[in-house]
Design a protein around this ligand. Structure first.
Ligand SMILES: [Zn+2]
Ligand SMILES: [Zn+2]
Length: 126
């Protein structure tokens, strides 16, 4: 299989699974249909895609490094039951950084906000 084709499949898998999977999860998701792609290839391509800013590496949600196809500004919500990670639109609080800068003397360069709770899927299961 061609190198670029592998990367395409990996990127497609990420886009179809908006749960911010880890490299291991991406591998598990695509392995059935693409048994020729190794875990090492998945790792390498995800890191390269992140280096090229095509996808985003998300750290700090838990112990794992997760991958996000959404490179636009947004916040995250982690379900404490199923551990899926959902995107929260940035425009829910677009002026948060500006407000913090106005009320304190800090200069904000970036922000990563993570909300935690129970997702709709897990709420209906209970
Ligand atoms: Zn959940
Ligand atoms: Zn995200």
């Amino acid at each position: 299989m061609k190198y670029s084709k592998q990367r395409e499949i990996i990127l497609e898998t990420l886009k179809q699974n908006m749960i911010h999977p880890t490299a291991d999860q991406v591998y598990a998701l695509l392995h059935e249909k693409n048994p020729n792609i190794s875990l090492a290839t998945v790792y390498r391509n995800l890191n390269q895609l992140a280096d090229m800013n095509i996808i985003r590496k998300v750290t700090g949600l838990d112990n794992a490094t997760r991958f996000d196809h959404n490179t636009h500004k947004h916040h995250h919500f982690v379900c404490s039951k199923c551990h899926k990670v959902y995107d929260i639109p940035y425009n829910i609080a677009p002026d948060l950084s500006a407000q913090i800068e106005a009320q304190t003397s800090v200069k904000i360069e970036s922000c990563d906000i993570t909300f935690r709770g129970v997702c709709p899927d897990c709420m209906t299961k209970n």
